[in-house]
Design a protein around this ligand. Structure first.
Ligand code: NAP
Length: 279
């Protein structure tokens, strides 16, 4: 019987996951379909019960349900529980088990440039949901230091304090981050500043950026934000948000099928889809 996979969110029409994952399912000749479902906040519990009743094989969760889904699942993996957000659910013998592949997706995307962080000082800009997944996952990998700069410094402080993995971390204001920027080997921009249509905005100035640094922006529309463009012009190695998106999907696919998929194919698929939006 054909298997069903899905993504639940609101809004959901813009999601690039269905085209990317249906393509990769058919590439591996898996008899399955991945479907986007628009699920309103007050209908999440009913939707999850419905998916269980029909025996769905697995699904992704996107905004605004990544945290609110937790009480409706049977088990949550340790990292997802500590992050407080689930983006992937696997039906394991009738039990819905929640995982978070966002942080590992981000880190796997960095592999071509960097696979260990023990001697690296990392700066995360932003303290929202994406920053939380990246910070917690990275803290597990024990970088030399991992600081968080945020408009609301208190939120950065709370994020650090809520992390169960010991780390050498400070909460900074955006102004402090600008001032100490030359200390960091890796800079990760996780706010929505610079996203289409406000493409000329930057969360901090890069005046003091080290030219040997690795600079990532998890935004993928535009493909090159002003932040990444300026970092590249300063000689830094840069990476946009496509890699995180593709790898979080690849890791979800692996959890559902046991196959780590062809990420090159997935990346090309996403870039093709983005060709349809203003980049
Ligand atoms: P979120 O939870 O709402 O967090 C937003 C962050 O942006 C907070 O740190 C917030 O600071 C900061 N911020 C918002 N407006 C700001 C402003 N005007 N000036 C300075 N800081 C501001 O959002 P999220 O879910 O983490 O998503 C953030 C971005 O990541 C979005 O662009 C999203 O598309 C992207 N994303 C990409 C991927 C991927 O796969 N590539 C995955 C997830 C998310 P305060 O705390 O001070 O409000």
């Amino acid at each position: 019987m054909k298997k069903l996979f899905a993504v639940l969110g609101d809004p959901i029409g813009h999601s690039m996951s269905p085209i990317m994952l249906n393509d990769i399912l058919s590439f591996y000749e898996i008899d399955a379909h991945y479907h986007p479902f628009l699920v309103r906040r007050d209908e999440l519990e009913t939707a999850v019960k419905g998916l269980k009743a029909i025996g769905i094989s697995g699904f992704n969760i996107t905004i605004p349900h990544k945290s609110t889904i937790i009480p409706f699942l049977d088990e949550i993996d340790e990292l997802a529980l500590s992050i407080g957000a689930v983006n992937t659910v696997v039906n394991e013998n009738g039990k819905f088990v929640g995982y978070n592949t966002d942080g590992y997706g981000f880190i796997k995307g960095l592999n071509p440039y960097m696979s260990s962080f023990y001697d690296k000082k990392v700066l995360v800009i932003g303290a929202g949901g994406a920053a939380r997944a990246i910070y917690f996952t990275m803290a597990k990998m024990k970088p030399l230091a991992i600081d968080i700069a945020n408009r609301t410094v208190l939120k950065a402080q709370e994020l650090i304090e809520s992390c169960p993995y010991e780390s050498n971390s400070k909460a900074l204001s955006l102004e402090e981050a600008e001032l100490y920027l030359n200390e960091y080997d890796v800079v990760i921009q996780t706010t929505m500043i610079g996203m289409y249509p406000k493409i000329s905005e930057m969360p901090i100035s890069l005046k003091l950026l080290k030219s040997q640094s690795l600079v990532c922006d998890i935004i993928y529309n535009p493909l090159e934000t002003q932040f990444l463009m300026e970092a590249r012009q300063k000689g830094a190695t840069v990476q946009n948000g496509i890699e995180m998106f593709v790898y979080q999907g690849a890791l979800a696919f692996e959890k559902w099928t046991g196959i780590f998929p062809d990420v090159k194919r997935m990346r090309e698929n996403v870039l093709q889809q983005l060709g349809g939006v203003k980049c």
